[in-house]
Design a protein around this ligand. Sequence first.
Ligand SMILES: [Zn+2]
Length: 914
Amino acid sequence: MTFTASPWPNVPYSQPDWPDTWLRFETEYSDAHQPSRLVSHPGVPYVATQTLSSRPTEADLGQVGLDYLTKLHDFLTARGHEPVYLKYAVDSLSRKIVNAFKWLPLWPKFGIPIGSSAVPRLASWNLSRAADHDVPASVILVAAEVYGSDNQISPRAGIRVPMTVEAHGNTYSVRIRSATVEFPAGEDAFLTDLAARAGPSSGPGMLLAVSAALERLYSGDDITSEIANKAGVTQGSVTINDIQFHPQNLMNWQTSPWEFSIQATAHNANPTRVPSPLGYAVCGVFRFDSIGEPTPAGVIKQSDPVLVSVERTPLVTHAAPQGKAFVFARTPPGWAAPAGEAYDWSGRRPTRDDGVLDRFRSLFELAPSAHVDLESDGFRVCVCPGYAPEDAGQPPLTTKTVHLPNGHDLQPRRDTFSAVSAYFNCFRLFRLMKRFGLPPHLFNVRAQPEMLVFYRYGISPGPGKSGRTVNAQVKLDCKTQGKPVIHMNLALAELTKWDRPDPPDWAQPLGIATSGRWIGHEFGHYLLAARLGQLEFDFAHSAGDAIAAIMSDPGSALAEPPGNGVAASFRGITYPFVFATRRHDRIAEMGWAWYGSLNRSVIEDPAAGPCHTKGYLTEQILSTTLFRLYRALGGDTVQADGRADIPRRRRAARMALFLLFRATAGFAQPPSRAEMLELGLEEAGWLTLPPLPLGPSAAPDPWQGGTTHKVVRWAFEAQGMFPPDPQRMHNGPGDPTPEDIYVSDRRPWTEDTLAGPVQYGPGAYVPVSLDWRADARWLSDPANLRVGNRGTAQAQSVGLRVWVGSDPLSPPDPITWNAAAIDLLLGNLAPGGSIDLLSLPQVQTLVNGTVAAPGTLGLILFEVTCPNDRANTDPLAQLPPKAEDSGAGLPETRQALTDLVANDNNLGLVVVRP
Ligand SMILES: [Zn+2]
């Protein structure tokens, strides 16, 4: 291997009697028929380094990935686990067995512009935010099965190994903290698995025979023409996404029948009238009566393939259940009343007159001139001749052009205003993606580069074909050759009231395009369709409700602390301007838990796959979880006067959305379980290199990587992930990590809910205002300083470091830190146990003796760390916030210090005021 790897795991983890609570190794819910595995060890990185004259190659990274998986496999085996899928992976990638597994090429390459080469549907993703894709970079190394000579890749079976690649001069270092393995659900076996089960003497022959069978299936037009004829789709449009293997008798695989199921997308060949579905997901099952066996001469005798069955499902997803209507007004930023004005609660409804609705609008510059083509990088708003009279006669798919009247605004009930709103609301989301280093040409790999947005459209199936419905949808149009086109179809916000311009004289409605929250929901489907080629998660409808809730919360009058005339519970309504039941403050105790009564059917069933969608209730469990994450990251922050601190809430919202968007970009195989998304969000944090500029100007500090994974885990834990026993119903919070040590702070130990108080205990991340007032609850209390263990296992070898710093009250002078004043070993800490730090004379002396110099705040920073639960500042964790005993590496600004301490319960901060 080109790179040199440090021993992994190193001492003490390699000692046979050392508890392996530092390692998360998950087995799936045993009745779920979803063979998937995830492994993570954020505090114990695998590290490989090498001095090279040029950038590491894909082969270099592949060798590192294989070395890591080999060490991981050996360690798990030594500890009595049976990591069978890891064994296949290691044997496959090291070519110990004949197989179809390969590391996929890196895309984009390091330091090279993409050029005009084709965008791969699946690759080892280089997520570098640099313009030339150079290091430092997060790389998601991906292995998948590649079949046949046309490089058909199975997207649903494979391995991903996320890593950071950094350079110091010519020395490159790779760090790995997690890996995931996904395999087809249920009976949908994948080939390497079958070959391994057939045994070492028979398996290689099976791989050859199946490869030959696939060549026959793919040769000529047989496969697509048969599917097209039977499914009623256009032959040229059939795009094969996946193939699965079903030998009828594995022991006699040579002579007994084999079935291959093909999953594809295709264009509807017989659209009756617009709007009928444009695209279908198609599952076709082919059968070989015998697959044969290679003879010594290399000849394989096989029967002809027969198409047994075809099933098709429209590629459509709805925001609203059929037959029900949600009603909205406009996007929330417009709803916050200007300071000093009473909140106009009654004016919010979309049934109000234009004059009332108009008060909730603010001026936004769309373009430098009054003549605007409604298109931007990644999407285009199209004319809607069947629905908007002013577009009549225009060719379909023409870009919508608007002429903005000079000096006065468009009335809300105008088709043109719907078009402008569709553009504005999409533009904001695409702009956010670009700021996150995920522009459409890097993010959208499964569809045509441009999403088409229809600002007034009919919705089908269902009663909304006329376009007179309150709804919206995202569709895949598979008409074109190659990748499908993503369509966003937008109907109406409100049905009863239409307005009649003069002239012309047709009545016009309020479009649903005017609701930024609704567009946020649809954008959740765009993310999945663009990156994974499917409209919904296998385990949930999408993260669209979470996007809508989080992006709209900062600045919303509903999120102001109580006393502004709106009930506090209104903050949890995802679409607040209707009497709808969608909420993002669902209570785990009432069944809205990952392993609770309302999610049971989802975790017990096989993964859905593209032909069956489900997981609608789960979306509210997900939106509640992610909204809690946003709140813990700073979404509850208030100013000195008690009002919402909008810039800091916006910063927290951007961070939460960054983690979600980056997690989506970092998937390879579609995640079969919510745990895969949870880990993806953790990874997005520790893979963030360099720090992320989040703005706005009031809080300019960039967000440092390696600071968010613990609070991500807690947000899911509080919603019932990590249950004590996955086999049993669990309506309540899950378990913490086995060893979870903390420094006490002033946060509440319970949260009041409609189901009564929920107990989190000390050391949790209960959302509080992350401000610097004297009584701020994320800060530690100098009169009550404890170190505890909220985990379920004894914490081994807990160490304490304490630094004293000085914060000048007049920025931009940086915070300065002295060398650690205390560095000692506290010993072991029992689960549930705690130590009074003030009983230690050194700590007592330090706390009593620290005073703030005039014009400064005194700071005392406590770090507790142990091998199985490292503080993010612990140099041995090798995370970006690592702090030396000298104080080097500690934050120099309040915002950075807040990000660090509030999101890591191993850290505690005491502020000493003059
Ligand atoms: Zn939806």
